[in-house]
Ligand binder design. Structure first.
Ligand SMILES: [Zn+2]
Length: 492
C-alpha cells in the first residue's frame, strides 16, 4: 500500500488551504446531490431508474467493475445508447460541468446490450415500491439510489438542454425526448446515479463484463479478452486508490452502503430477514407479526388511558414497533487521525506502525473513537496511548471517508508544548508502534515536496529510506498542512 510520495504527481494538491484540501479529498469529493428525501418518493424512483440518461456502477462482493486499459476507470453504464459525456470545462474560466460534444466512452446502453435489463429494473422497482419481503432473495440484484448530478454540484444544465450548444451533436441525442437528463416535476433536474450489487446474479455479472469488453473492442477495433482489456471486478486496494477523484467518491459511496447492507441481513430485534427499502437507503424488518391489543391483561391500568379496544395492534418486533423503525442506520465508524507538532511547527512527530515496518512508512497517529468521547479527547487519548506524548491543544482540521470498510477519518492537529516532559516519547503503553520520532520539519518537507530537494543531497538526505503515506490519504494531507504552516511561520 505504501508508495513513495515522490512517485506520485501532486498537481491536485498544490493548494495549501484547508478548504481546498477538503474539497478535493480523495473518496470525499462531492460528486452528487444525494437528495436523500427523494429515496422514498416512488414516483421519482420509478422515473429515474428507467430514464435513458441514468448511470449505473456495479459491484460484485463490494468489488467495483472497472476497466484498466485507460487508467483505472469505474465502469459507468447508462440505460440508453449514445448518452452524453459530462466533461469538466476549464476550471476558472467556466468552472462548471457541462456537455462539450462527446458521447460517453462506452457508448452502448444497458437496454440494448443486457438481456432482461428492463425486466430486472421492473422487478426491483415493484419490489421497492411495495416493500416486497423477497426484495433481495434469490438472484435479485440490490439497487442503491446514489443521487443526482445537478446544478448544486456545478452542472450547467443549459449545455444539456442544447441552448448553448452550437454544433448539432446534441440534437442527435433526441433533444425533444429529454433523454439527456431527468426532469422531475420541473424541480429536480440532472442525471441520476445508481449503484447495483450483482453478487448473487452470476449471469448478469458476467454479461456486464462482456458488454464493457465488447464496447472497448469495438472502439479499439480489437478482439481482446476481458482479462487482456483489464475488465473485471477488482479487489485491489491499489486500484481503489488510483481512481480519478470523482470516481473514487462514487466507488466509496457504493462500497460503504453495500457493505452495510451485506452485513445487516437480519433484524437485531427479532432475527427476521431485513430488506433495503427507499431505494437502498433504509433497512426494515420483514416480521409482519402483530401483538394483540392489551385490553385483557391490563384492564385496570387501561381504564385511565381511554378505551383499550381502540388501540392499534403493534408489530411484535421491538425494532419495527419503535418510532424510528430503521433497523440500523447506515454505519460509519469514526476514527481520529492526528498530526502531532509543536507550536511553531518546527517539529513533527511521525510513527511507524508494525504493519509498515518493511516499508518504513512513518505516518500520523490514528485510532477509533470510543462511545461518549469528544473528538478532542479521543485525539489526546490516542496520542498519549500510542506515543506517550501529552498534547495541549487539539484542532479538528479535515475529514475523509475511508471505505475499508466504513470509516470516517477525522483529521486533527495535536499541538505539544515542549517542557522536557510533554514531548517525551514512550511506546510502552499500548505497544502498537515500532517507532515514533520527532522529525525536523525541513526533513519532512522534503518528503512532501521531493521536487525541492537539491541535486547534491538527493542520495544523502534520507539514509534510512523513510516514506510518508500516499497523497490520496488524509495522513498525507495532514502532514502537508503542517509543513505548509511551518513555511508560513518561518518563511522557509
Ligand atoms: Zn424485527
Amino acid at each position: 500500500m505504501a508508495k513513495p510520495s515522490s512517485l506520485r504527481t501532486m498537481s491536485h494538491s498544490i493548494h495549501s488551504s484547508i478548504k481546498d484540501i477538503q474539497k478535493d479529498m480523495y473518496f470525499g469529493t462531492e460528486v452528487l446531490n444525494r437528495v436523500s428525501f427523494l429515496r422514498e418518493d416512488n414516483e421519482f424512483i420509478s422515473k429515474s431508474i428507467f430514464h435513458p440518461s441514468t448511470r449505473f456502477i456495479f459491484f460484485n462482493r463490494q468489488q467495483p467493475l472497472v476497466y484498466r486499459q485507460y487508467g483505472t476507470k469505474l465502469a459507468t453504464l447508462t440505460n440508453g445508447n449514445n448518452q452524453i459525456n459530462i466533461d469538466e470545462l476549464t476550471p476558472g474560466v467556466h468552472d462548471k460541468l457541462g456537455y462539450m460534444g462527446n458521447t460517453q466512452f462506452l457508448s452502448g446502453g444497458l437496454y440494448d446490450n443486457i438481456p432482461n435489463w428492463r425486466d430486472i429494473l421492473s422487478t426491483w422497482n415493484e419490489d421497492n415500491k411495495h416493500h416486497n419481503p423477497d426484495l433481495r432473495s434469490g438472484e435479485k440484484p440490490v439497487f442503491l439510489f446514489m443521487g443526482l448530478l445537478d446544478e448544486s454540484i456545478g452542472l450547467d444544465i443549459n449545455t444539456l438542454k442544447g441552448e448553448e450548444a452550437e454544433d448539432s451533436d446534441i440534437s442527435k441525442l433526441s433533444n425533444e425526448d429529454g433523454e439527456k437528463y431527468l426532469d422531475h416535476q420541473g424541480r429536480y433536474q440532472g442525471i441520476a446515479y445508481y449503484a447495483v450489487d450483482v453478487t448473487k446474479n452470476h449471469e448478469l455479472s458476467k454479461q456486464l463484463v462482456e458488454f464493457v469488453n465488447n464496447s472497448i473492442n469495438e472502439k479499439d477495433r480489437t478482439t481482446l479478452t476481458p482479462e487482456e482489456n483489464g475488465v473485471y471486478y477488482t479487489h485491489s486496494r491499489k486500484h481503489f486508490l488510483s481512481f480519478e477523484h470523482k470516481e473514487a467518491s462514487l466507488y466509496s459511496h457504493g462500497a460503504m452502503f453495500f457493505n452495510w447492507l451485506k452485513t445487516n441481513k437480519f433484524c437485531p430485534g427479532c432475527g427476521h430477514p431485513t430488506i433495503p427499502i427507499h431505494a437502498g437507503g433504509k433497512l426494515v424488518c420483514t416480521n409482519e407479526e402483530k401483538t394483540k391489543p392489551r385490553h385483557s391483561s391490563t384492564a385496570s391500568s387501561a381504564s385511565s388511558t381511554g378505551s383499550p379496544d381502540k388501540l392499534e395492534p403493534r408489530f411484535a418486533c421491538p425494532v419495527r414497533s419503535a418510532t424510528v423503525s430503521n433497523v440500523l442506520f447506515p454505519r460509519t465508524d469514526m476514527a481520529i487521525i492526528s498530526i502531532i507538532t509543536n507550536r511553531d511547527r518546527s517539529k513533527i512527530l511521525l510513527s511507524l506502525g508494525r504493519r509498515h515496518a518493511a516499508t518504513k512508512m512513518y505516518s500520523c497517529t490514528a485510532g477509533f473513537m470510543e462511545p461518549s468521547e469528544t473528538v478532542e479527547v479521543a485525539t489526546k487519548r490516542e496520542i498519549w496511548e500510542e506515543t506517550g506524548v501529552t498534547c495541549d491543544e487539539v484542532q479538528i482540521v479535515m475529514t475523509q471517508p475511508w471505505p475499508f470498510p466504513s470509516n470516517l477519518m477525522i483529521g486533527c492537529m495535536g499541538i505539544v508544548d515542549f517542557n522536557d516532559k510533554n514531548e517525551v516519547i514512550h511506546l510502552g503503553h499500548d505497544n502498537e508502534l515500532l517507532d515514533a520520532r520527532w522529525f525536523d520539519v525541513l526533513f519532512v518537507r522534503k518528503l512532501v515536496y521531493p521536487d525541492e530537494i537539491e541535486e547534491e543531497e538527493k542520495d544523502s538526505f534520507n539514509p534510512e529510506g523513510i516514506l510518508i503515506p500516499m497523497s490520496e490519504s488524509i495522513a498525507f494531507s495532514l502532514i502537508k498542512l503542517c509543513v505548509d504552516e511551518a513555511k508560513k511561520k518561518h518563511k522557509l
